[in-house]
Design a protein around this ligand. Structure first.
Ligand code: GLN
Length: 482
Protein backbone atom coordinates (compact mmCIF):
# COMPACT_ATOMS: atom_id res chain seq x y z
CA UNK A 1 0.00 0.00 0.00
CA UNK A 2 1.38 3.42 -0.91
CA UNK A 3 1.26 5.67 2.14
CA UNK A 4 3.60 8.36 0.80
CA UNK A 5 1.00 11.09 0.66
CA UNK A 6 -1.28 9.89 3.40
CA UNK A 7 -2.53 12.39 5.97
CA UNK A 8 -2.79 11.75 9.69
CA UNK A 9 -6.57 12.12 9.42
CA UNK A 10 -6.94 9.53 6.67
CA UNK A 11 -4.49 7.05 8.21
CA UNK A 12 -6.55 7.32 11.42
CA UNK A 13 -9.66 6.25 9.50
CA UNK A 14 -7.82 3.41 7.76
CA UNK A 15 -6.45 2.12 11.06
CA UNK A 16 -9.83 2.34 12.75
CA UNK A 17 -11.58 0.63 9.81
CA UNK A 18 -8.92 -2.10 9.80
CA UNK A 19 -7.95 -1.29 6.22
CA UNK A 20 -4.36 -1.35 7.41
CA UNK A 21 -2.61 -2.39 10.61
CA UNK A 22 -0.26 -0.17 12.63
CA UNK A 23 2.62 -2.59 12.03
CA UNK A 24 2.02 -2.69 8.30
CA UNK A 25 1.91 1.11 8.12
CA UNK A 26 5.08 1.41 10.19
CA UNK A 27 6.91 -1.13 8.03
CA UNK A 28 5.82 0.72 4.93
CA UNK A 29 7.46 3.94 6.15
CA UNK A 30 10.58 2.12 7.35
CA UNK A 31 10.95 0.54 3.90
CA UNK A 32 10.61 3.92 2.21
CA UNK A 33 13.22 5.41 4.53
CA UNK A 34 15.64 2.53 3.87
CA UNK A 35 15.16 2.72 0.13
CA UNK A 36 15.27 6.46 -0.40
CA UNK A 37 16.51 8.48 2.55
CA UNK A 38 20.09 8.18 1.32
CA UNK A 39 19.06 10.71 -1.34
CA UNK A 40 17.54 13.15 1.15
CA UNK A 41 19.35 12.47 4.46
CA UNK A 42 16.39 13.55 6.56
CA UNK A 43 16.95 11.18 9.50
CA UNK A 44 19.93 11.02 11.83
CA UNK A 45 18.60 8.04 13.77
CA UNK A 46 15.94 5.57 12.65
CA UNK A 47 14.40 3.75 15.61
CA UNK A 48 13.21 0.69 13.75
CA UNK A 49 12.99 -1.74 16.63
CA UNK A 50 11.25 0.67 18.98
CA UNK A 51 8.87 1.69 16.18
CA UNK A 52 7.84 -1.89 15.51
CA UNK A 53 7.33 -2.57 19.21
CA UNK A 54 5.20 0.59 19.57
CA UNK A 55 3.21 -0.42 16.51
CA UNK A 56 2.39 -3.78 18.04
CA UNK A 57 1.26 -2.11 21.22
CA UNK A 58 -0.74 0.51 19.30
CA UNK A 59 -2.50 -2.20 17.34
CA UNK A 60 -3.73 -3.88 20.50
CA UNK A 61 -5.15 -0.54 21.66
CA UNK A 62 -6.84 0.00 18.29
CA UNK A 63 -8.25 -3.51 18.49
CA UNK A 64 -9.69 -2.80 21.90
CA UNK A 65 -11.51 0.22 20.45
CA UNK A 66 -9.67 2.70 22.67
CA UNK A 67 -7.59 4.51 20.06
CA UNK A 68 -6.71 8.19 20.51
CA UNK A 69 -6.23 10.43 17.44
CA UNK A 70 -2.52 9.56 17.19
CA UNK A 71 -2.60 5.89 18.19
CA UNK A 72 -0.55 3.97 15.64
CA UNK A 73 0.43 7.08 13.65
CA UNK A 74 4.12 7.06 12.62
CA UNK A 75 5.82 10.42 13.24
CA UNK A 76 9.36 11.79 13.02
CA UNK A 77 10.90 13.91 15.78
CA UNK A 78 13.43 16.71 15.39
CA UNK A 79 16.73 15.79 16.99
CA UNK A 80 16.66 18.60 19.56
CA UNK A 81 13.67 17.10 21.39
CA UNK A 82 14.78 14.79 24.20
CA UNK A 83 13.78 11.16 23.83
CA UNK A 84 14.42 8.79 26.71
CA UNK A 85 17.06 6.23 25.72
CA UNK A 86 17.33 7.51 22.13
CA UNK A 87 20.24 9.69 21.00
CA UNK A 88 19.41 13.39 20.77
CA UNK A 89 22.30 15.06 18.96
CA UNK A 90 21.05 18.53 17.94
CA UNK A 91 23.15 17.75 14.84
CA UNK A 92 26.20 18.72 16.89
CA UNK A 93 29.43 16.91 17.62
CA UNK A 94 28.97 18.26 21.13
CA UNK A 95 25.97 15.94 21.67
CA UNK A 96 26.95 13.20 19.23
CA UNK A 97 26.61 10.50 21.88
CA UNK A 98 24.08 12.16 24.17
CA UNK A 99 21.29 9.79 25.23
CA UNK A 100 18.75 11.66 27.35
CA UNK A 101 17.53 9.92 30.49
CA UNK A 102 14.06 11.46 30.13
CA UNK A 103 11.43 12.44 27.59
CA UNK A 104 10.45 15.96 26.64
CA UNK A 105 6.89 16.76 27.72
CA UNK A 106 5.72 16.67 24.09
CA UNK A 107 7.06 13.11 23.78
CA UNK A 108 5.27 12.07 26.99
CA UNK A 109 2.08 13.51 25.53
CA UNK A 110 2.51 11.71 22.21
CA UNK A 111 3.30 8.49 24.10
CA UNK A 112 0.09 8.91 26.07
CA UNK A 113 -1.69 8.61 22.71
CA UNK A 114 0.51 5.64 21.70
CA UNK A 115 2.01 7.23 18.61
CA UNK A 116 4.92 5.61 16.80
CA UNK A 117 8.31 7.32 16.64
CA UNK A 118 10.11 6.42 13.40
CA UNK A 119 13.27 8.27 14.32
CA UNK A 120 15.04 11.58 14.90
CA UNK A 121 15.48 14.08 12.11
CA UNK A 122 18.43 16.20 11.09
CA UNK A 123 18.54 19.93 11.68
CA UNK A 124 20.90 22.88 11.63
CA UNK A 125 23.32 22.53 14.53
CA UNK A 126 21.51 23.58 17.73
CA UNK A 127 18.72 24.91 15.46
CA UNK A 128 20.92 27.75 14.22
CA UNK A 129 20.47 28.23 10.50
CA UNK A 130 18.00 28.12 7.68
CA UNK A 131 19.40 25.50 5.32
CA UNK A 132 20.22 22.35 7.33
CA UNK A 133 23.77 22.71 6.04
CA UNK A 134 25.18 23.59 9.48
CA UNK A 135 24.38 20.03 10.65
CA UNK A 136 27.53 18.19 11.75
CA UNK A 137 25.98 14.97 10.42
CA UNK A 138 23.26 14.64 7.80
CA UNK A 139 23.13 17.72 5.57
CA UNK A 140 19.56 17.21 4.41
CA UNK A 141 18.54 17.87 0.80
CA UNK A 142 15.26 19.11 -0.64
CA UNK A 143 13.09 16.21 -1.91
CA UNK A 144 11.80 18.41 -4.79
CA UNK A 145 15.35 18.94 -6.03
CA UNK A 146 18.19 17.27 -4.18
CA UNK A 147 20.61 19.97 -5.32
CA UNK A 148 18.66 22.46 -3.22
CA UNK A 149 18.48 23.02 0.54
CA UNK A 150 15.38 21.86 2.43
CA UNK A 151 15.40 25.01 4.56
CA UNK A 152 16.05 24.90 8.27
CA UNK A 153 16.52 24.45 11.00
CA UNK A 154 13.77 21.77 11.01
CA UNK A 155 14.84 20.77 7.49
CA UNK A 156 15.02 17.07 8.32
CA UNK A 157 11.45 17.02 9.62
CA UNK A 158 10.08 19.04 6.67
CA UNK A 159 11.96 16.91 4.12
CA UNK A 160 10.83 13.67 5.80
CA UNK A 161 7.18 14.76 5.56
CA UNK A 162 7.60 16.01 2.01
CA UNK A 163 9.35 12.82 0.84
CA UNK A 164 6.79 10.53 2.48
CA UNK A 165 9.14 9.16 5.15
CA UNK A 166 6.53 9.72 7.92
CA UNK A 167 2.94 10.96 8.16
CA UNK A 168 3.97 14.10 10.01
CA UNK A 169 6.74 15.38 12.27
CA UNK A 170 7.64 17.68 15.12
CA UNK A 171 9.92 20.64 14.57
CA UNK A 172 10.91 23.67 16.59
CA UNK A 173 10.77 27.32 15.63
CA UNK A 174 12.87 30.12 17.13
CA UNK A 175 12.90 32.49 14.17
CA UNK A 176 11.14 30.54 11.43
CA UNK A 177 12.53 27.01 11.68
CA UNK A 178 9.16 25.29 11.25
CA UNK A 179 7.61 27.63 8.69
CA UNK A 180 10.57 28.22 6.37
CA UNK A 181 11.54 24.56 5.81
CA UNK A 182 7.83 23.73 5.45
CA UNK A 183 7.70 26.41 2.77
CA UNK A 184 10.83 25.11 0.97
CA UNK A 185 9.60 21.49 1.08
CA UNK A 186 5.98 22.18 0.11
CA UNK A 187 4.31 21.08 3.35
CA UNK A 188 2.31 22.70 6.16
CA UNK A 189 4.01 23.83 9.37
CA UNK A 190 2.54 25.48 12.44
CA UNK A 191 4.46 27.53 14.97
CA UNK A 192 2.19 27.80 18.01
CA UNK A 193 1.88 30.84 20.26
CA UNK A 194 4.81 31.11 22.66
CA UNK A 195 3.69 29.27 25.80
CA UNK A 196 1.14 27.04 24.06
CA UNK A 197 3.43 23.99 24.03
CA UNK A 198 5.83 23.02 26.81
CA UNK A 199 9.52 23.53 26.03
CA UNK A 200 10.57 21.06 28.73
CA UNK A 201 13.03 18.70 27.08
CA UNK A 202 13.56 20.87 24.03
CA UNK A 203 17.28 21.63 23.92
CA UNK A 204 17.33 25.40 24.43
CA UNK A 205 18.50 27.78 21.71
CA UNK A 206 16.81 31.09 22.60
CA UNK A 207 14.40 30.44 25.44
CA UNK A 208 12.15 33.48 24.95
CA UNK A 209 11.55 32.53 21.30
CA UNK A 210 11.71 28.70 21.02
CA UNK A 211 8.49 26.80 20.43
CA UNK A 212 7.76 23.21 19.34
CA UNK A 213 5.16 22.60 16.64
CA UNK A 214 3.91 20.21 13.95
CA UNK A 215 4.97 19.83 10.32
CA UNK A 216 2.42 17.88 8.28
CA UNK A 217 0.71 17.60 4.90
CA UNK A 218 -2.36 19.62 5.88
CA UNK A 219 -3.50 22.25 8.33
CA UNK A 220 -5.98 19.73 9.73
CA UNK A 221 -3.13 17.33 10.57
CA UNK A 222 -1.28 20.17 12.31
CA UNK A 223 -4.41 20.68 14.43
CA UNK A 224 -4.58 16.99 15.35
CA UNK A 225 -0.96 17.03 16.52
CA UNK A 226 -1.29 20.35 18.32
CA UNK A 227 -4.29 18.93 20.20
CA UNK A 228 -1.99 16.23 21.54
CA UNK A 229 1.06 18.31 22.47
CA UNK A 230 -0.41 21.63 23.72
CA UNK A 231 -1.06 22.58 27.31
CA UNK A 232 0.42 24.07 30.44
CA UNK A 233 3.24 22.10 32.07
CA UNK A 234 4.58 22.36 35.61
CA UNK A 235 8.07 21.69 34.17
CA UNK A 236 7.98 24.83 32.01
CA UNK A 237 7.19 28.07 33.82
CA UNK A 238 6.73 29.86 30.49
CA UNK A 239 3.96 27.51 29.33
CA UNK A 240 0.55 29.16 29.65
CA UNK A 241 -2.68 27.90 31.05
CA UNK A 242 -4.93 28.95 28.19
CA UNK A 243 -7.80 26.54 27.71
CA UNK A 244 -8.52 24.87 24.39
CA UNK A 245 -10.87 22.15 23.30
CA UNK A 246 -10.02 21.33 19.71
CA UNK A 247 -7.73 23.32 17.41
CA UNK A 248 -9.71 21.93 14.48
CA UNK A 249 -13.04 23.22 15.81
CA UNK A 250 -13.29 25.89 13.08
CA UNK A 251 -12.33 23.54 10.26
CA UNK A 252 -14.72 23.93 7.34
CA UNK A 253 -16.18 27.22 8.60
CA UNK A 254 -16.37 29.86 5.91
CA UNK A 255 -13.81 32.67 5.86
CA UNK A 256 -16.53 35.05 4.64
CA UNK A 257 -16.16 38.39 6.35
CA UNK A 258 -12.73 37.52 7.73
CA UNK A 259 -10.31 40.45 7.61
CA UNK A 260 -6.91 39.51 6.20
CA UNK A 261 -4.18 42.13 6.57
CA UNK A 262 -1.35 42.49 4.04
CA UNK A 263 1.51 44.49 5.60
CA UNK A 264 3.19 46.32 2.73
CA UNK A 265 6.74 45.88 4.06
CA UNK A 266 6.46 42.12 3.51
CA UNK A 267 5.88 42.67 -0.19
CA UNK A 268 8.98 44.78 -0.86
CA UNK A 269 11.72 44.29 -3.45
CA UNK A 270 13.52 42.03 -0.98
CA UNK A 271 10.99 39.34 -1.87
CA UNK A 272 11.20 37.54 -5.24
CA UNK A 273 8.55 38.46 -7.78
CA UNK A 274 7.34 34.87 -8.22
CA UNK A 275 6.88 34.49 -4.46
CA UNK A 276 4.96 37.77 -4.16
CA UNK A 277 2.72 36.86 -7.09
CA UNK A 278 1.86 33.46 -5.64
CA UNK A 279 1.00 34.92 -2.22
CA UNK A 280 -1.03 37.71 -3.84
CA UNK A 281 -3.03 35.22 -5.88
CA UNK A 282 -3.76 33.31 -2.67
CA UNK A 283 -4.98 36.60 -1.19
CA UNK A 284 -7.28 37.04 -4.19
CA UNK A 285 -8.55 33.49 -3.66
CA UNK A 286 -9.50 34.44 -0.10
CA UNK A 287 -11.25 37.51 -1.46
CA UNK A 288 -13.26 35.24 -3.75
CA UNK A 289 -14.25 33.23 -0.69
CA UNK A 290 -15.66 36.41 0.87
CA UNK A 291 -12.73 37.55 2.99
CA UNK A 292 -11.78 41.21 3.06
CA UNK A 293 -8.19 42.26 2.31
CA UNK A 294 -6.89 45.06 4.50
CA UNK A 295 -3.79 47.16 3.77
CA UNK A 296 -1.52 47.78 6.71
CA UNK A 297 2.04 48.53 7.70
CA UNK A 298 4.59 47.06 10.10
CA UNK A 299 7.30 49.65 9.68
CA UNK A 300 9.59 48.16 12.33
CA UNK A 301 10.18 45.20 10.01
CA UNK A 302 13.38 46.88 8.87
CA UNK A 303 14.84 46.39 12.36
CA UNK A 304 13.55 42.85 12.79
CA UNK A 305 16.56 40.85 11.63
CA UNK A 306 19.15 42.75 13.73
CA UNK A 307 16.83 42.71 16.77
CA UNK A 308 16.23 38.97 16.37
CA UNK A 309 19.91 38.09 15.93
CA UNK A 310 20.86 40.12 19.00
CA UNK A 311 18.19 38.61 21.24
CA UNK A 312 18.55 35.05 19.90
CA UNK A 313 22.36 35.10 20.06
CA UNK A 314 22.42 36.63 23.55
CA UNK A 315 20.14 33.89 24.83
CA UNK A 316 22.05 31.23 22.90
CA UNK A 317 25.38 32.35 24.37
CA UNK A 318 23.90 31.95 27.82
CA UNK A 319 22.11 28.63 27.11
CA UNK A 320 25.10 27.04 25.44
CA UNK A 321 27.45 27.90 28.30
CA UNK A 322 26.31 24.62 29.90
CA UNK A 323 28.37 22.60 27.41
CA UNK A 324 31.64 22.53 29.26
CA UNK A 325 32.64 18.91 28.65
CA UNK A 326 31.96 18.02 32.27
CA UNK A 327 28.33 17.15 32.86
CA UNK A 328 27.63 15.56 29.49
CA UNK A 329 28.57 15.95 25.86
CA UNK A 330 31.94 15.88 24.20
CA UNK A 331 34.91 15.91 26.60
CA UNK A 332 38.06 17.49 25.29
CA UNK A 333 41.60 17.27 26.61
CA UNK A 334 43.98 19.57 28.43
CA UNK A 335 46.34 19.84 31.36
CA UNK A 336 44.09 22.21 33.23
CA UNK A 337 40.39 22.58 33.81
CA UNK A 338 40.32 25.64 31.57
CA UNK A 339 42.22 23.97 28.74
CA UNK A 340 39.84 21.03 28.83
CA UNK A 341 36.76 23.27 28.61
CA UNK A 342 38.31 25.26 25.78
CA UNK A 343 39.18 22.11 23.88
CA UNK A 344 35.68 20.61 24.41
CA UNK A 345 33.95 23.72 23.10
CA UNK A 346 36.41 24.25 20.25
CA UNK A 347 35.92 20.74 18.97
CA UNK A 348 32.27 20.26 19.91
CA UNK A 349 30.73 23.33 18.28
CA UNK A 350 30.62 24.11 14.58
CA UNK A 351 31.38 27.45 12.99
CA UNK A 352 27.85 28.89 12.99
CA UNK A 353 27.28 28.03 16.65
CA UNK A 354 30.60 29.64 17.61
CA UNK A 355 29.65 32.75 15.63
CA UNK A 356 26.39 33.08 17.58
CA UNK A 357 28.13 32.54 20.94
CA UNK A 358 30.64 35.26 20.09
CA UNK A 359 27.93 37.64 18.89
CA UNK A 360 25.77 36.95 21.94
CA UNK A 361 28.52 37.42 24.48
CA UNK A 362 29.64 40.58 22.74
CA UNK A 363 26.12 42.02 22.85
CA UNK A 364 25.81 41.16 26.53
CA UNK A 365 29.20 42.44 27.61
CA UNK A 366 29.39 45.56 29.75
CA UNK A 367 29.80 48.59 27.59
CA UNK A 368 27.81 47.06 24.72
CA UNK A 369 24.79 45.81 26.64
CA UNK A 370 23.01 49.19 26.46
CA UNK A 371 24.04 49.86 22.90
CA UNK A 372 22.89 46.52 21.50
CA UNK A 373 20.94 44.21 23.77
CA UNK A 374 18.75 46.84 25.42
CA UNK A 375 18.05 48.45 22.03
CA UNK A 376 16.95 45.06 20.71
CA UNK A 377 14.58 44.67 23.66
CA UNK A 378 13.13 48.13 22.97
CA UNK A 379 12.58 47.11 19.34
CA UNK A 380 10.79 44.01 20.55
CA UNK A 381 8.24 46.26 22.32
CA UNK A 382 7.83 48.32 19.17
CA UNK A 383 7.20 45.21 17.06
CA UNK A 384 4.63 43.91 19.56
CA UNK A 385 2.86 47.28 19.53
CA UNK A 386 2.64 47.34 15.75
CA UNK A 387 1.22 43.81 15.56
CA UNK A 388 -1.37 44.72 18.23
CA UNK A 389 -2.44 47.70 16.14
CA UNK A 390 -2.86 45.54 13.03
CA UNK A 391 -4.92 42.99 14.98
CA UNK A 392 -7.29 45.77 16.03
CA UNK A 393 -8.47 45.89 12.43
CA UNK A 394 -7.75 42.39 11.11
CA UNK A 395 -8.27 38.76 12.12
CA UNK A 396 -5.13 37.38 10.51
CA UNK A 397 -2.10 38.63 8.59
CA UNK A 398 -0.90 37.13 5.31
CA UNK A 399 2.77 37.30 4.25
CA UNK A 400 5.29 35.32 2.24
CA UNK A 401 7.15 32.80 4.43
CA UNK A 402 10.53 33.39 2.81
CA UNK A 403 11.86 35.87 0.26
CA UNK A 404 12.69 33.05 -2.17
CA UNK A 405 12.10 29.39 -2.88
CA UNK A 406 14.70 26.81 -1.82
CA UNK A 407 18.12 27.77 -3.17
CA UNK A 408 21.04 25.64 -4.32
CA UNK A 409 23.16 23.93 -1.67
CA UNK A 410 26.28 26.02 -1.11
CA UNK A 411 24.75 29.27 -2.39
CA UNK A 412 24.87 30.98 1.02
CA UNK A 413 27.68 29.02 2.65
CA UNK A 414 30.18 31.81 3.02
CA UNK A 415 27.75 34.60 3.62
CA UNK A 416 26.11 34.41 7.05
CA UNK A 417 24.61 37.89 6.74
CA UNK A 418 22.81 36.87 3.57
CA UNK A 419 21.47 33.84 5.39
CA UNK A 420 20.32 35.99 8.33
CA UNK A 421 18.59 38.49 6.03
CA UNK A 422 16.56 35.66 4.51
CA UNK A 423 14.76 35.32 7.87
CA UNK A 424 13.05 38.68 7.39
CA UNK A 425 9.55 37.25 6.88
CA UNK A 426 9.48 34.95 9.91
CA UNK A 427 11.36 36.42 12.89
CA UNK A 428 8.87 39.11 13.98
CA UNK A 429 6.31 36.41 14.72
CA UNK A 430 8.64 34.88 17.33
CA UNK A 431 9.61 38.27 18.71
CA UNK A 432 5.91 39.09 19.23
CA UNK A 433 5.12 35.55 20.57
CA UNK A 434 2.44 35.03 17.89
CA UNK A 435 1.25 31.82 16.21
CA UNK A 436 1.70 31.36 12.44
CA UNK A 437 1.14 28.63 9.88
CA UNK A 438 2.84 28.03 6.55
CA UNK A 439 1.02 26.38 3.70
CA UNK A 440 1.93 25.97 0.05
CA UNK A 441 0.40 28.54 -2.31
CA UNK A 442 2.21 27.81 -5.58
CA UNK A 443 5.33 26.63 -7.40
CA UNK A 444 7.99 28.61 -9.24
CA UNK A 445 9.03 28.05 -12.86
CA UNK A 446 11.28 25.15 -11.78
CA UNK A 447 8.53 23.47 -9.80
CA UNK A 448 9.89 24.47 -6.40
CA UNK A 449 7.22 25.10 -3.72
CA UNK A 450 6.27 28.62 -2.60
CA UNK A 451 4.90 29.05 0.91
CA UNK A 452 2.69 31.69 2.51
CA UNK A 453 2.33 32.42 6.20
CA UNK A 454 -0.88 33.21 8.01
CA UNK A 455 -0.17 34.94 11.31
CA UNK A 456 -2.77 35.10 14.06
CA UNK A 457 -3.60 36.66 17.39
CA UNK A 458 -2.03 35.07 20.45
CA UNK A 459 -3.58 31.67 21.22
CA UNK A 460 -5.82 31.86 18.16
CA UNK A 461 -4.33 28.82 16.40
CA UNK A 462 -7.85 27.57 15.56
CA UNK A 463 -8.42 30.52 13.21
CA UNK A 464 -5.05 29.92 11.52
CA UNK A 465 -5.92 26.28 10.90
CA UNK A 466 -9.35 27.28 9.59
CA UNK A 467 -7.82 29.87 7.23
CA UNK A 468 -5.02 27.62 5.94
CA UNK A 469 -7.45 24.73 5.49
CA UNK A 470 -9.85 26.90 3.49
CA UNK A 471 -7.05 27.63 1.02
CA UNK A 472 -5.75 24.05 0.97
CA UNK A 473 -9.22 22.91 -0.12
CA UNK A 474 -8.93 25.09 -3.25
CA UNK A 475 -5.35 24.08 -4.07
CA UNK A 476 -3.96 20.92 -5.64
CA UNK A 477 -0.49 20.31 -4.26
CA UNK A 478 2.12 18.75 -6.51
CA UNK A 479 3.84 16.18 -4.29
CA UNK A 480 7.50 15.49 -4.94
CA UNK A 481 8.70 12.34 -6.66
CA UNK A 482 11.96 10.81 -5.56
N1 GLN B 1 17.11 30.83 10.73
C1 GLN B 1 16.96 31.35 12.05
C2 GLN B 1 18.27 31.29 12.79
O1 GLN B 1 19.20 30.86 12.24
C3 GLN B 1 15.87 30.63 12.78
C4 GLN B 1 16.29 29.38 13.44
C5 GLN B 1 15.19 28.73 14.21
O2 GLN B 1 14.02 29.10 14.13
N2 GLN B 1 15.58 27.78 15.03
O3 GLN B 1 18.38 31.67 13.90
Amino acid sequence: MDLKNITVASLRKMLDNKEIGAEEATKEFLTEIKAKDEKVLSYITVTEEEALASAKNAQSIIDSGKASPLTGIPLAIKDNICTDGVKTTCSSKMLENFVPPYNATVIEKLNAENYIMLGKTSMDEFAMGGSNQTSAFAKTKNPYDTECVPGGSSGGSAAAVSAGFCTAALGSDTGGSIRQPASFCGVTGLKPTYGRVSRYGLVAFASSLDQIGPIARTAEDCGIILNAIAGVDAHDATSKNVAFTDFNEKLGQSVKGMKIALPKEFYSDAVDEEVKNAVMSAAKEYEKMGAELVDCSISSLKYAVPAYYLIASAEAASNLSRYDGIKYGLRGEGRSFEEMIRDSRSRGFGEEVKRRILLGNYALSSGYYDAYYLKALALKQEIIKEYNEVFEKADVILTPTAPSVAYKIGAQDNDPVKMYTADICTVTVNIASLPAINTTCGYDKNGMPIGMSIVGKRFDEATLIQTADAFEKTFSPVRCTL
